[in-house]
Design a protein around this ligand. Sequence first.
Ligand SMILES: C[S@@+](CC[C@H](N)C(=O)[O-])C[C@H]1O[C@@H](n2cnc3c(N)ncnc32)[C@H](O)[C@@H]1O
Length: 233
Amino acid sequence: MSSEKNRVFFEALARHSLPGDFWRQVGRTVDGAPVDETQIAMTVAAIRRGLDLQAGDVVLDLGCGNGALSRRVFDGCAGGVGVDFSERMVATAQANFEDPPRVEFACDEVERYVWAASEPERFTKGLCFFAFQYLAPSSAQAVLRGLRARFTSLDAFFVGDVPDKSRMPDSFYRGAYRPEPSDFESPFGVWRAPSEFVELAQRTGWNAEIQVMDAAYHAAHIRYNAVLRPAES
Ligand SMILES: C[S@@+](CC[C@H](N)C(=O)[O-])C[C@H]1O[C@@H](n2cnc3c(N)ncnc32)[C@H](O)[C@@H]1O
């Protein structure tokens, strides 16, 4: 199930940021300021390492946003495709980061894409960074099942920046507000404890390895990454 509320939210985020302000456009900010280059380099390194990215890999990026992060990952391999349901995000990606046929971006809803994409077997690695939490739980499950069923050459899938329910702070923004952990339409999306993520992966045909970022990463205290590899069927 696609969320119209989330699509409208991300569309507005992309539209209300300045044209070259790529990190703000996807909400990669701390106290309102875009993160610095060190944070981006750490993110890209974690994805490349987690996927064991090789020169010949072809990568699928689900919920790719404006493509700024995708392009940095795709530049470490043979290329890839980014998919996002925000028209403005994809238009920005196509205008700034596309290099067809090596690097391409498509406007689509991720669950629909996973079950309908042509030639899914051409992808060898995949990622969904800072986006998986915005899928409805039923959709998160359908996406993982679809990847396992149709993307038969995929040997690693990296889910990044997952909000960790087991480390959820008691208050946010110096106030009493505390997000509802299962609300995929809230600013943080769904919070999952690592054990819940491992269980979701198992249910959908994957083995998940939980990885934490270096303490210098801006969100290391509340987020983790998961590397999924196909489970024996
Ligand atoms: C916080 S941004 C992150 C973008 C990018 N992955 C990054 O890390 O820079 C989340 C993105 O997920 C996309 N998204 C959320 N739910 C989606 C869905 N069901 N189908 C396609 N895109 C989705 C949003 O449009 C948004 O661009």
